[in-house]
Design a protein. Structure first.
Length: 245
């Protein structure tokens, strides 16, 4: 997590310099006052709960001198089905770039499979997660010679999540678990709306990545472990409403 933060900070510095360079080449009417703009988006996503994959961290039956899990626990992210997401966003002008605020809904479906003969955990757990996302990002527009907002926008910011879980367990013995309805973390994304429609609206795409705090905890995913967290990758199409000046 610390490494990811350092990478994003370095990336922000690089994109900031690129944004300053693109501002110098921007063709824009000084008398034109930019107003907030609105868009809706729809797409698919992959991700959700990130599991601990280092089974040597797991404390097991010390009485009988046994350590670790003798049989591999199913990779949780590998058992994640593609989900869907939709949202409504507003772009607030900030000099030559934008602040983007949004409300998104995202649905994730994961299955955790357990086969651990030492700790005697057998079975599977299905987790359907409904998430309400509240992102806030700073959007840096690139290639502004033809497009005032930039042909490509790079987004960097933060996401707050409210999580609702529907959990079904099947098996002879499964580990106890706890969930957190609130999570948050860093997001990095790209958007572009290069296609203008006849009614003056625009059409394009978005790609978002996220890494955040832990929302699910069990025997294999304790808070003291480094890996457990939440993450997702989502992308889809944007409909950008015509802006009236």
């Amino acid at each position: 997590m610390q490494l990811l933060k350092k990478i994003l900070i370095i990336f922000l510095c690089i994109t900031g310099v690129m944004g300053c360079v693109s501002i110098k080449t921007q063709v824009q009417n000084d008398k034109e006052k930019r107003k907030p703009e609105y868009r809706v988006q729809l797409g698919i996503n992959h991700g959700g709960i990130v599991e601990n994959t280092n089974l040597t961290e797991i404390e097991t039956d010390n009485i009988n001198g046994l350590t670790g899990a003798t049989e591999s626990v199913d990779a949780f992210t590998g058992a994640t089905k593609a989900g869907v997401n939709a949202g409504a966003h507003m772009l607030i002008p900030l000099k030559t770039n934008n602040i983007e605020l949004g409300v998104d809904y995202m649905l994730n479906n994961q299955t955790f499979s357990y086969c651990d003969s030492i700790n005697m955990y057998y079975g599977n757990r299905k987790i359907l997660t409904s998430q309400f996302l509240f992102p806030i990002t700073y959007n840096i527009g690139l290639f502004k010679k033809k497009y005032n907002e930039g042909l490509l926008q790079i987004k960097l910011g933060y996401v707050f999540q409210y999580n609702l879980f529907n959990i079904t367990s099947n098996g002879s013995h499964l580990p106890q678990y706890s969930v957190n309805n609130f999570s948050n973390g860093i997001t990095l994304g790209f958007t572009s709306t290069p296609f203008e429609l006849k009614n003056g609206s625009k059409f394009g795409f978005y790609v978002d990545m996220y890494r955040g705090s832990q929302a699910y905890e069990d025997f294999y995913n304790l808070k003291t472990f480094e890996m457990p967290a939440t993450s997702f990758f989502k992308g889809g199409i944007i409909y950008h409403f015509k802006t009236k000046y």
